[in-house]
Write a protein that binds this ligand. Structure first.
Ligand code: XMP
Length: 524
């Protein structure tokens, strides 16, 4: 197994993720663990992460001495490289310019770590790597015993190695995907240089997590707000595996979910997995509070506040509960990290339901906080959740509340649910011949939007005067920017025909062809 020592980089978890992808077990621990811990851990290799500090200052973190005495390979990344250089007799200086972004780096390919790995070759025959750099300080003198492993014009010592001791260090970040060969480099370190066994899989993660949760929780009771979304669903399934009936889920149904979603959530969790779920049908209360409200932000606030209110009332009835579990995942942790310049120093927990932990006086349990979205999905499937649930498009907390423009009414929600369900079914059923995938898989998010305006139509011999539905489908990596999906016209035609024929009250369907920016993905 591999020990990762964390010096506070925001991407330390990415290192762990890359090691997991190599099917090797790893653990992240703070840089100041004591020597005894490191010896007992008995790692096959150690990776030192980057970090926001400068080794040119005295009171900043250093690598525990034992790391250099164990006789196992060590890989220093960024700050990890700088502290390694400084502690082993080299020199580090504050850079005159910060280097941030892509760089092309010359790999001195004679080391075991980089030999034969390159993105392209220069005319002179030098192997080059396209890498991601983010640093202010740099190593200016190589420690005794080390040789140069990589360089750029602005950072002449961008990599160094002492192969007799198995010490390697790089100034760039192999853990981020912008470093094209990063995965290959980390795989080589972990599998070949450390000789770690590639026998780790998601099933093992479940065993470890279950063990950890049991130790943490003991015989106490846990509540979890189940939304039907991927993260809370996987958290519920994992907690149920660990502590069974000590877990109670509270499913607040605001009446603005997708068609049959409440039934599906209850079927999966209560009937299929045997999880204790309290289903609160609060649609009357939510719709009552929303009556007459048309402003999008006001609607969001009302739905959020009502959710907290209902959840809190139910949670208050569970007097045994000592823990509040949340499906916080790693990107949430990063997102809610303070914007302060010390970066990871200010990471704090992310509350999907703001304010709950404090007012309920519960301890916070976040069993997914080390995982990335795709890993959460993989875990969900391994825990027996239906793949269709686990691989579902994201759905906003306020639900159809922000997809019914203007005032929310039950009648509108009924029409929208049915139109939306037809659109989604059409996307799932239409296979793109080029990729063999369904259009549901080829889009990142797709849904229908209810427009409370009427237009004229004809049906049979009669004139109709009914509502409009807009279809929206986007492709995006991060949901910050998005392209509208170029769906086949036939697919759009089929969805439109079915909606107009089957949903009485809708006589017109339009397709949204706006990108984000300037439009947003949701209409409100
Ligand atoms: P926009 O509309 O801002 O959406 O382009 C980006 C992503 O965020 C989702 N979204 C929300 N999720 N509560 C949520 O939980 C909200 O109020 C909310 N508004 C937007 C949206 O569905 C898309 O995935």
């Amino acid at each position: 197994r591999i020990l990762i020592l964390d010096f506070g980089s925001q991407v330390t978890q990415l290192i762990a993720r890359r090691v997991r992808e190599a099917h090797v077990y790893s653990e992240i621990h703070p840089h100041d663990v004591d020597d005894a811990f490191v010896r007992e851990f008995a790692p096959k290799g150690i990776i030192l992460s980057g970090g926001p500090n400068s080794v040119t200052e005295d009171d900043t973190p250093r690598v525990p001495q034992v790391v250099f005495e164990l006789g196992v390979p060590v890989l220093g990344i960024c700050y990890g490289m700088q502290s390694m250089a400084e502690q082993l007799g080299g020199k580090v200086e504050g850079g005159h310019t910060r280097e941030f972004g892509y760089a092309e780096i010359r790999a001195h390919g004679h080391t075991k770590l980089l030999s034969g790995i390159q993105d392209f070759e220069t005319a002179e025959g030098y192997g080059m790597l396209k890498v991601w750099m983010s640093h202010g300080d740099k190593v200016t003198e190589i420690p005794p015993g080390f040789k140069l492993m990589a360089s750029t014009p602005s950072c002449p010592i961008a990599g160094m190695a002492d192969e007799s001791r198995g010490f390697y260090a790089v100034q760039f970040h192999p853990e981020v995907t912008h470093t094209l060969q990063g995965r290959t480099i980390l795989n080589r370190f972990v599998l070949e240089l450390c000789g770690a066994r590639p026998d780790w899989e998601m099933g093992h993660y479940i065993d470890e997590a279950v063990e950890h949760i049991r130790t943490q929780v003991g015989s106490e009771h846990v509540i979890l707000g189940l939304s039907g979304g991927v993260d809370s669903s996987v958290a519920a399934a994992l907690l149920h595996r660990a502590i069974g009936d000590q877990l109670t889920c509270v499913f607040v149904d605001h009446g603005l979910l997708r068609l049959n979603e409440a039934e599906q959530v209850m079927e999966t969790f209560a009937n299929h997995l045997g999880v204790k779920v309290i289903h609160i049908d609060a649609s009357e209360a939510f719709l009552g509070k929303l009556a007459g409200v048309t402003d999008p932000e006001a609607k969001r606030k009302i739905i959020g506040a009502e959710f907290v209110e209902v959840f809190q009332t139910e949670a208050g009835k569970l007097s045994d509960a000592r823990w509040l579990a949340q499906g916080t995942i790693y990107p949430d942790v990063i997102e809610s990290a303070g914007k302060g310049k010390k970066g990871a120093h200010t990471i704090k927990s992310h509350h999907n339901v703001g304010g709950l932990p404090e007012t309920l006086n519960l301890k916070l349990l976040e069993p997914l906080r080390e995982l990335f979205k795709d890993e959460v999905r993989e875990l969900g499937v391994a825990l027996g959740l239906p793949p269709a649930m686990v691989y579902r498009h994201p759905f906003p907390g306020p639900g159809l509340g922000v997809r019914i423009l203007g005032e929310v009414k039950r009648e509108y929600a009924d029409l929208l649910q049915r139109a939306d369900s037809i659109f989604i079914e059409t996307l799932r059923d239409t296979i793109d011949p080029a990729s063999g995938k369904s259009w549901y898989e080829l889009t990142s998010q797709a849904f229908a939007v209810f427009l409370p305006v009427r237009s004229v139509g004809v049906m049979g011999d009669g004139r109709t005067y009914e509502f409009v539905v807009a279809l929206r489908a986007v492709q995006t990596q991060d949901f910050m920017t998005a392209h509208w999906a170029h769906l086949p016209h036939e697919l759009l035609g089929n969805a439109s025909n079915r909606i107009i024929n089957e949903v009485r009250g809708i006589n017109r369907v339009v397709y949204d062809i706006s990108g984000k920016p300037p439009a947003t993905i949701e209409w409100e």
